[in-house]
Each structure stands twice: as structure tokens, then as C-alpha cells.
Design a protein around this ligand. Structure first.
Ligand code: SF4
Length: 237
């Protein structure tokens, strides 16, 4: 095992000690459910995007039905998730393209390797690397760690990578992701970023990684920590 893989494994072990092994849905969610839920999750919190997702899904239990309605109808249904105009464009465009291909199961990515599947998915308007990689991890069970703002910030502070953007962090991190570790690592880094390694003031004094983290500006003020777990959208689609 390379030094980088050993370091990721050590971080993963300490995070599991703190937060536990994240549960996975059984069966795994359908790829298109994850894709639409992730589009809805952009730039909002998981509770708001979940409300938007449930509104849309209860109106259209089969995604192909979205093809029959205009974009404004989608926009109204997903308003609680924010950026409704932009997201309704992305969803409407996606469904129209899938309708043309007659492929609502995303069969066209199932046999592709990770890189090719991400390339194919990111051809659609409004679908970036993070959204595409969530489909690979949460629905196809690939060993891929999506990088959102929390994963980007924490992975860089800890010293696993040294990259300026989430997409660069994604490619650097996933070059050395140990087998079978991506789901717990991704989910627990998000928990770390939300609860402890906060954007402006990390709570280093209660962090399980304090001894191995390479961040030069650790702070030492004391805080009380609540073990209450926040809601995770993609584990509930
Ligand atoms: S020690 Fe501080 S900077 Fe490092 S991961 Fe923990 S909270 Fe973040």
C-alpha cells in the first residue's frame, strides 16, 4: 500500500471510530433517482433538497412522465430546493435526452469504467463531476469518493491532497482511494466538515484527526459537541 493510501486508511479508521460505519440503502437507489436528487442538492442543504425531491417524485413516480410537462411545472415543484429555474432546466433537458435514447435506467453507463461514465454523464447540461460521481458511488457501488465543498475543504486541510478546486481534489483523491473505502470515507468527511471542521472556525480540540491532520492553522478553543447526526440526502433517496 502506498503512503497516501495508508494515510487515507488511517483517516478513515479514525472517522469510523468517531462517527461509525455509515449505513447504505438496500437495495441501492436507482441511478436516475440519485442523479435527479443530486441535481436538486446543488447549493442547498439536504433537508431542502429532499423536500424538493419528494415533491417531484410524488407527482411523477415514473421520471419519463416529466417529458409531458413544461419546465415551469418542474420549477414550481422544486422551489423549496432553491435555484429552481436552473435545476428545472437541467432536469427537463436530462429527461428529454433520455427520452430520445429510451434509456431511463441509464443503461448507457453501466458497463463503462469510472472515467468514461463520468465523461458521459457530464455531457448533459447542469451535471458536473460531483453529480456524476454521486451516481457512481451511491447507485452503482463504485469505489469513487464524490467531492463536495466539505470533502474538498477537509481533504485539503488534513493534507491528503493540495488542490485549489473540488474537481481537482476529486481526481487527486480518487487516484489513491483504497478499495472499498469510498462510501464511508465520503460520508464521514461530510459529517466531519459539517460538525467539526467548519469552514471559518474548525473545532480542532474535539477533532478525531487532530494528531494526524496537517492543517497549520488548527485552533484550540473548547466547544461542546453534539453527536446528533445530520440528515444525509443521498442515503435516503
Ligand atoms: S484538526 Fe482541525 S483542521 Fe484538522 S481536520 Fe480536524 S478540525 Fe479540521
Amino acid at each position: 500500500m502506498t503512503e497516501k493510501k495508508k494515510f487515507i486508511s488511517e483517516v478513515n479508521k479514525l472517522l469510523i471510530k468517531q462517527f461509525g460505519v455509515p449505513e447504505r440503502q438496500k437495495p441501492l437507489p436507482k441511478p436516475l433517482d440519485t442523479l435527479i436528487a443530486t441535481i436538486l442538492s446543488q447549493n442547498t442543504n439536504d433537508n431542502n433538497s429532499y423536500r424538493a425531491y419528494i415533491n417531484l417524485k410524488s407527482k411523477f413516480p415514473k421520471w419519463e412522465e416529466v417529458q409531458k410537462v413544461n419546465r415551469i411545472t418542474i420549477e414550481k415543484l422544486i422551489r423549496s430546493g432553491g435555484l429552481a429555474k436552473q435545476k428545472s432546466h437541467a432536469i427537463k433537458n436530462l429527461i428529454s435526452e433520455l427520452y430520445k435514447r429510451n434509456d431511463f435506467k441509464l443503461d448507457f453507463i453501466l458497463n463503462l469504467d469510472n472515467k468514461s461514465a463520468i465523461n458521459e454523464l457530464t455531457r448533459f447540461d447542469g451535471i458536473g463531476v460531483k453529480t456524476a460521481s454521486c451516481v457512481l458511488l451511491f447507485s452503482l457501488d463504485r469505489n469513487i469518493c464524490p467531492v463536495d465543498t466539505h470533502v474538498h475543504r477537509t481533504a485539503n486541510r488534513i493534507g491528503i491532497v493540495n488542490k485549489k478546486t473540488p474537481d481537482k481534489t476529486f481526481y487527486a483523491l480518487n487516484k489513491t482511494m483504497p478499495e472499498g473505502m469510498a462510501h464511508s470515507f465520503h460520508t464521514n468527511l461530510i459529517r466531519l466538515g459539517r460538525d467539526i471542521c467548519k469552514p471559518t472556525k474548525p473545532y480542532c480540540s474535539i477533532c478525531p484527526l487532530i494528531k494526524i491532520c496537517k492543517y497549520p492553522d488548527k485552533n484550540s478553543f473548547l466547544v461542546l459537541y453534539s453527536k446528533k447526526k445530520s440528515f444525509m440526502l443521498l442515503d435516503n433517496v
